[in-house]
Design a protein around this ligand. Structure first.
Ligand SMILES: Nc1ncnc2c1ncn2[C@@H]1O[C@H](COP(=O)(O)OP(=O)(O)OP(=O)(O)O)[C@@H](O)[C@H]1O
Ligand SMILES: [Mg+2]
Length: 250
């Protein structure tokens, strides 16, 4: 076990002939909850894919517990991808979608043991009650929970989430943070989550990676998410309201 769960050194990623990420360096301690924040097209999803070994780096090194992304055991990482649209006629039940997590193949015939395991993961994600609903008919928020359950189903020590709160209502979002943090405590998991929710990141993340094709800042939320860095990255300081400004993060 290395001191840092995830180590990224001078990483560059090129896609389709263009440099999408350059000079990315940061270290993540075990059991951290890191929020990745940045504008659309900043390379956030690309960075998660590089950490998972789904895209190659053209320079630099990434190690996960000392191992290169392409060599990490599949069970180490649970991934919730950004695009979650599912054809309405996709012939799978919610629970079958979860059960493909540990096996990464389709079609999947659900045995009693796999079903019990998938049900546990669904329960953790607050979605046990929708286990036997057709996956294509679930609402956006319900489907998010199913994908969360799928990521948990391997009991991974790394959880990589690409905008998991997208489409969730306020209660669903709070629930999602609770679910992730409970899992994290139980398994001492390291979590990286892409989000556009600055306030959620301030409250829940131990560190924030502010990204815009390169890393602009990395560290505790209060240090990184200051007006100056946000203006630099977004040209904007976020939502403010005269009545709540200054007190909204209390
Ligand atoms: N396979 C690819 N080939 C060429 N360019 C790509 C590819 N994938 C992504 N890109 C480009 O890389 C840039 C970063 O994309 P990425 O999806 O990582 O951004 P993001 O920060 O996740 O944005 P969003 O907030 O919109 O999800 C974009 O300009 C995108 O068009
Ligand atoms: Mg993205």
């Amino acid at each position: 076990m290395t001191a840092n769960a995830i180590s990224v050194r001078d990483v560059e990623v090129r896609l389709g002939g263009a440099t999408v990420l350059s000079d990315i360096s940061f270290d993540i301690r075990e059991s951290s909850f890191v929020a990745i924040i940045g504008p659309n097209g900043a390379g956030k999803s690309t960075l998660l894919k590089a950490l998972l070994g789904l895209v190659d780096t053209s320079r630099g090194t990434i190690t996960i517990d000392g191992i290169a992304p392409r060599d990490i055991p599949a069970a180490w990482a649970g991934y919730v991808p950004q695009v979650k649209a599912l054809d309405r006629d996709f012939p799978a039940l919610a629970i079958e979608l979860v059960a493909t997590g540990p096996h990464a193949r389709w079609p999947w015939r659900l045995g009693a043991e796999a079903r019990a395991h998938a049900l546990e993961a669904l329960e953790l994600a607050g979605a046990k009650h929708i286990a036997d609903r057709p996956a294509g008919r679930l609402s956006g928020g319900e489907l998010q929970r199913v994908y969360l359950a799928r990521a948990f189903s391997r009991e991974p020590k790394f959880i990589l989430l690409d905008e998991p709160a997208a489409g969730l209502d306020v209660a669903g979002e709070a629930d999602m943070y609770h679910i992730i943090e409970s899992y994290q405590r139980k398994h001492r998991a390291t979590v990286m989550m892409i989000t556009h929710d600055w306030d959620g990141a301030r409250i829940h993340a131990s560190d924030v990676l502010l990204l815009n094709r390169t890393n602009i800042g990395f560290g505790p939320p209060d240090t990184v998410l200051n007006d100056q860095t946000l203006l630099q990255v977004f040209g904007h300081k976020g939502h403010t309201h005269p009545k709540t400004e200054g007190t909204r993060h209390d």
